[in-house]
Design a protein around this ligand. Structure first.
Ligand SMILES: Cc1cc2nc3c(=O)[nH]c(=O)nc-3n(C[C@H](O)[C@H](O)[C@H](O)COP(=O)(O)OP(=O)(O)OC[C@H]3O[C@@H](n4cnc5c(N)ncnc54)[C@H](O)[C@@H]3O)c2cc1C
Length: 416
């Protein structure tokens, strides 16, 4: 499946489910693993894929099979897309999954449950527990509200009537606090700053400091996350907003990333031609000012509605950018701040579904770790339902490596 088809499908699913997403956070799976050097087969020579898929519940495997058949077959995809578009754009109660129980009975188990955590607290807690039973170390819940801008920087889908900044920020803060209340220690809260409303989006566009009202709300969220031993990531959005997002995110990291593990992560989009400079800038600023840097590295999701000249010209260019940043961070080379200070410590989350990248990063980390040369332990995050096989493969590798470590320890301690 081409990347653009995948993106389109994701967007489509998002828009069909937007009525749910406004209220209920979809789960994003996050796992921290200790990767094994051998990701394709197990120690017993058993194909890795079989053991990984065996972890997943049968309905989930069947649903993934159905959806990948749907997304990859032009015969099914084109008419299916037309049906989905009609449902997503229709105002008819018959075509609303919220109001038509029959339609809901089809859409929810087949599409919604594949990508989203649930429509109420009980469902979300059940999904999170199921994800952790698979072996994932944590779940990311995102308060799924954002503002996207058109080419004239006008918010898409708003009719001009809005409420006050105070009311919008309160709603965003309370939504995020409710999301935090559904999380356990080790989980993550994912947030988009434009979710705090039109006034905040305008302030981000202006590139000035964050309004006091937003700072107060963000303080409440960081303090709550810290109390729960959870972490927060701030999503990267469209480039017109990103200067503001980076500025505010740096201010939050400055104040809250004061211990040996980052509480707040900022996102860098590797598809940007400036991605490498952005990583260097964050690491250098953290090093100079004495706070802990947390970076979430993604390829970038706004290629269809962002300034194209800022983005690598080809998919290969983006892949090279992502993979080379990962390689250099794991080795602690290629960035002046890391080369000058080999003991510099920071945190890294690799978000994405590209199998080659994930396997490559896991193998590289494992190999460097065995030589005592790993400079940052990567954690991995995927969107629920998008790459469950690779997520399970990472868990399997981590467990195999742990078993190998334990066996080595037992042999050492019994002197065998
Ligand atoms: C947990 C998680 C969190 C995320 N958070 C964010 C976020 O905060 N901000 C954000 O922007 N995205 C975010 N994303 C989305 C991410 O940026 C990618 O769009 C998505 O994951 C697909 O990329 P991939 O790395 O999985 O791999 P692939 O499917 O191999 O790569 C697809 C990506 O390659 C790039 N690409 C495709 N065609 C071209 C081309 N012709 N030229 C240049 N580049 C091209 C695009 O970035 C596209 O999304 C997140 C994804 C995950 C899994």
């Amino acid at each position: 499946m081409s990347a653009s088809t995948l993106d389109l499908c994701t967007e489509l699913v998002k828009s069909i489910l937007s009525s749910h997403r406004r209220h209920v956070p979809p789960a994003e799976q996050l796992l921290a693993s200790t990767p094994s050097p051998n990701a394709a087969t197990t120690d017993a020579g058993e194909p890795m894929a079989a053991r990984c898929l065996a972890r997943l519940p049968t309905p989930s495997v069947l649903r993934s099979l159905f959806l990948s058949m749907f997304f990859t077959s032009p015969m099914l995809f084109r008419p299916g897309l037309a049906v989905f578009k009609t449902i997503a754009n229709s105002k008819s109660p018959f075509l609303s999954p919220d109001r038509n129980p029959l339609l809901r009975a089809c859409v929810k188990p087949l599409v919604y449950d594949q990508f989203c955590a649930g429509t109420n607290v009980a469902e979300i807690k059940k999904t999170s527990a199921g994800i952790k039973r698979l072996g994932f170390s944590g779940v990311v819940l995102c308060y799924g509200k954002e503002v996207q801008l058109d080419a004239n920087n006008k918010p898409i889908g708003y009719d001009g009537k809005g409420s006050s900044m105070e009311a919008e920020v309160d709603e965003w803060r309370d939504g995020n606090l409710r999301t935090l209340a559904m999380m356990d220690a080790g989980d993550w809260l994912g947030m988009k700053l434009t979710g705090a409303g039109l006034h905040i989006t305008k302030a981000l566009l202006d590139g000035g400091p964050a309004p006091a009202k937003w700072v107060e709300a963000m303080d409440a969220l960081c303090q709550q996350a810290r109390t729960q031993n959870a972490r927060i990531w701030i999503d990267a959005e469209q480039q017109v907003l990103q200067k503001g997002i980076d500025r505010w995110a740096f201010d939050v990291m400055r104040r809250y990333n004061t211990s040996t593990r980052a509480l707040v992560y900022n996102t860098v989009q590797a598809y940007l031609k400036t991605a490498r400079d952005k990583v260097q800038h964050q690491l250098a600023t953290a090093s100079r000012e004495g706070w802990r840097s947390g970076i979430k590295l993604v390829r970038g999701a706004y290629i269809s509605n962002d300034r194209r000249d800022l983005i690598h010209d080809t998919k290969e260019g983006t892949d090279k950018s992502y993979n080379s940043i990962v390689e250099d961070l794991l080795h602690g080379k290629g960035f002046p701040v890391l080369e000058k200070n080999p003991n510099f410590e920071h945190d890294l989350l690799l978000a994405g579904h590209n199998t080659q990248t994930i396997r490559g990063a896991a193998r590289m980390a494992s190999s460097l770790r065995s030589k005592g040369q790993l400079k940052v332990v990567p954690e991995f995050g995927q969107l629920q339902g998008m790459a469950d096989d690779i997520g399970c493969e990472l868990i399997q590798s981590g467990e195999d490596a742990l078993r190998a470590d334990t066996n080595a320890f037992i042999r050492k301690s019994t002197n065998v």
